[in-house]
Design a protein around this ligand. Structure first.
Ligand code: G3I
Length: 353
């Protein structure tokens, strides 16, 4: 491949932000990683460092060193930082189960949000305030996931989380983030409907919510299709005046052959067609891949290939060399219709941020 161009330059021409989920250990240890991230990104997110399990070693203590380090790096390099996340059913610390009760859960949640979002107020582009709150398989008429937060607080936990986040950091864009809303399957359709139902309920109650994160953990090959339904979902978000961020993109290659050239081509083609589809919609403002290099992708441990070969789901290989997927993303940005420049309100909210 010829000299790599920069994702961020190509994205900026379209008023779009681009970047990665960052691994703080790599950021601390690898100069090459830091250089690449600084060269390529205009936005970033912590893959793990801002989750409850990372920030809350005990009920009374906070551990901010990794998150602070990350923010210092992004600010030095003029990269906006997304916060991930303030309220999720996973990655709660071990003490949470035995400690949280119906009587104290609401104050545990609000105190956490005030402390964390308050600490970084004015310096975060957008917070994933609530992550993955919808699960049609749990069988509730409202489509909400039967999460610890729902069980302990009731459905008002979502509203409480968003209102507390707005108070704690009035300038961050407040985001609802979820997965399995991308595809053409029946399950994804059910999930999209439930997410839209939730968003409408929140909007009707004037809950402060500015954006939707479409995680975009997608797959290449097989029967996987991404198209009209996803576009329609993004348009429905726009009708509610919600921005959309592609927050966690990667391409699972388990259904592609082992051969690396074929696999890289299939993954690249999937990035290209997915982003071509998504970027037709003018409220899509950011694209983040869930990791920088293949070797550190969560898919390696959590979704191994049947043949044991390492996954190749990201834009850079294990030596941080750009792959065909990198060129595909640049190509998609270059072909996209330029988005309107952010409005004054958008420029204020999430500007530094
Ligand atoms: O830090 C501990 C380490 O001390 C311990 O020795 C080791 C042993 O298992 O675990 C380490 O923690 C792991 C952590 O990643 C950091 O590497 C956890 O086990 C592991 O479960 C955790 O996985 C993360 C997962 O979220 C759960 O938080 C993945 O890295 C991360 O990519 C993944 O990201 C999620 C998004 O937040 C939400 N959307 C889906 C996405 C993929 O699952």
């Amino acid at each position: 491949m010829s000299e790599p161009r920069s994702l961020k330059a190509q994205a900026a021409a379209h008023h779009l932000l681009v970047g990665f989920a960052l691994n703080v250990q790599q950021l601390r240890e690898s100069e090459a990683y830091r250089r690449l991230v600084a060269e390529q990104s205009s936005i970033a997110v912590a893959e793990n460092a801002m989750k409850w399990s990372s920030l809350r070693p005990t009920p009374d203590q906070y551990f901010f060193e990794d998150a602070d380090f990350l923010l210092q790096f992004t600010e030095t390099n003029r990269i906006k930082l997304r916060g991930h996340n303030l309220c999720w059913h996973e990655q709660l610390p071990k003490w949470f189960g035995p400690t949280a009760t119906a009587a104290n859960a609401r104050s545990l949640l609000t105190e956490h949000i005030r402390t964390v979002a308050g600490r970084y107020a004015g310096r975060i582009h957008s917070w994933d305030v609530v992550n993955e709150a919808v699960e049609p398989k749990d069988g509730r008429p409202d489509g909400l996931r039967d999460s610890p937060w729902l069980k302990l607080i009731g459905e008002s936990y979502l509203e409480v989380a968003f209102r507390t986040a707005r108070q704690a950091d009035p300038t961050a864009l407040l985001t609802y983030n979820d997965y399995d809303i991308e595809g053409e399957t029946e399950y994804d359709a059910a999930k999209r409907s439930a997410v839209l139902l939730l968003l409408r309920r929140l909007k009707q109650r004037n809950v402060p919510i500015d954006a939707v994160g479409i995680q975009s953990h997608i797959s290449a090959g097989g029967q996987h299709r991404y198209g009209t339904s996803l576009q329609q979902f993004i348009r429905s978000c726009r009708e509610m005046d919600l921005e959309v961020f592609v927050t966690e993109m990667d391409v699972d290659d388990r259904e592609l052959p082992r051969d690396v050239l074929q696999r890289d081509a299939g993954v690249a083609q999937t990035y290209r067609s997915y982003l071509d589809t998504v970027l037709r919609e003018q409220n899509v403002r950011a694209v983040l891949a869930w990791g920088v290099d293949d070797a550190h992708s969560w898919l390696q441990a959590k979704r191994p290939r049947n043949d044991g070969a390492p996954h190749r789901p990201l834009l850079f290989d294990e030596k941080l060399r750009p792959k065909p997927a990198f060129a595909a993303v640049i190509g998609s940005f270059a072909a996209a219709r330029p988005l309107p420049a952010p409005s004054a309100g958008q420029a204020l909210r999430g500007s530094k941020r």
